[in-house]
Design a protein around this ligand. Structure first.
Ligand SMILES: [Zn+2]
Length: 361
């Protein structure tokens, strides 16, 4: 329970008749706590590196349920389905490209059952990740084929009981557009988040202001950032997104899902160095920076999420942090993100003083 008197966006009458749990929770609560990592817990349960976790929806549904249940107990308001690699292109690597409908519907159905035992509302977010293919003309994937693949996955997630289609870890604006187009075949709200891992931008050069523009063009429910290079950079990205909301535009619902610090290889295994204390601080700072949905990504365990729950429930909302506050409390921020915070939304061409615009026109 939130301890603060928060102002919900809808009146009680509307909330009572709302059937979509995601929309209902957004109307009721000022901040939703999402979940943490999927891979991290699955490796602990025996998943081998290179295995497709989506196959576990059919082979080990009780393990998938246990993974979801841990985030229910940690206090998540929204949990992602085990379907990140569930497009036909990703499943093809495991000889399972003909099982898209089955595996994605199962991912959502298991989570729907898990949350039905929770005794509170929890949204089932149908996770969709990149196809892993390169779009034409650079690569082989035709746009219409990408749309069909995303639609196939999204429809299966809806059939299994998802409340929202959750497009995540995207790098290219084109792939977001195609995924949203596919997701529109469902009747569900749509969220997209992009991974800022390259000097304040995505690998494909998308900046915080570009994401705000894309949100406006696509008219989706919420957008934001996930994964990337740690908590400080994610909060800086949220600040940069907030700063570039068009004055006449509707304020987007922003999502922050940071990795649990940075990966370190210890005895050949990946460990993330973020502590529950850091992730708790990150959760509060993301909220104060303007994110309405806050969670973790790679390396974020249920223990970290429980610490985030406790911090969000017991820390009064504060003023928006500055970039310097974020650096002091959470660690380094890239020069690229700092430049965007100063209002430089254009990218310097390497080795040249000339500047090019990311988006023509
Ligand atoms: Zn991640």
């Amino acid at each position: 329970m939130d301890v603060f008197d928060l102002t919900p966006g809808a009146d009680a009458g509307n909330i009572a008749t709302m059937s979509n749990t995601f929309e209902k929770l957004l109307a009721e609560k000022s901040v939703l706590l999402a979940d943490g990592a999927t891979g991290t817990t699955f490796f602990g349960m025996g998943l081998q590196s290179g295995d497709a976790p989506e196959l576990w929806n059919a082979d080990f549904p009780e393990r998938v349920d246990r993974h979801y249940q841990a985030f229910v107990e940690a206090g998540s308001d929204l949990i992602l389905t085990n379907s990140f690699g569930g497009t036909r292109y990703r499943l093809k690597l495991h000889g399972a490209d003909d099982r898209v409908a089955e595996l994605n519907a199962a991912a959502a159905r298991i989570l729907r059952e898990t949350v039905s035992r929770a005794g509170r509302d929890i949204a089932v977010a149908g996770s969709i990740g990149p196809t892993g293919e390169i779009l034409a003309p650079l690569g082989d994937l035709q746009q219409e084929d990408a749309v069909e693949a995303f639609a196939e996955q999204a429809l299966a997630l809806e059939a299994g009981g998802a409340d929202v289609i959750w497009i995540e870890t995207m790098s290219s604006r084109e792939e977001v557009e195609l995924a949203v187009q596919g997701a529109r075949r469902t009747s569900l709200p749509i969220v997209f988040t992009m991974s800022f891992d390259t000097n304040g931008r995505t690998m494909m050069g998308v900046g915080a202001a570009d994401v705000m523009g894309l949100h406006g063009e696509l008219g989706v429910h919420a957008c934001g950032t996930n994964c990337g290079i740690g908590a400080a950079e994610v909060v800086a990205t949220i600040l940069n997104m907030q700063a570039s909301i068009p004055a006449d535009g509707a304020e987007p619902i922003l999502v922050a899902k940071a990795n649990c610090g940075l990966p370190e290889f210890i005895d050949g295994e990946i460990h993330y160095n973020g502590t529950p204390e850091i992730m708790a601080k990150y959760a509060v700072m993301s909220r104060d920076a303007g994110a309405r949905i806050v969670g973790g990504c790679c390396g974020t365990s249920p223990e970290h999420v429980a610490a985030m729950r406790h911090a969000l429930d017991n820390t009064a909302p504060g003023p928006r942090p500055s970039i310097e506050d974020v650096q002091r409390e959470l660690g380094d921020i890239t020069a690229g993100a700092i430049a965007q915070a100063r209002g430089e939304t254009e990218v310097k061409t390497r080795g040249s003083s000339r500047r090019r615009r990311r988006r023509p026109g």
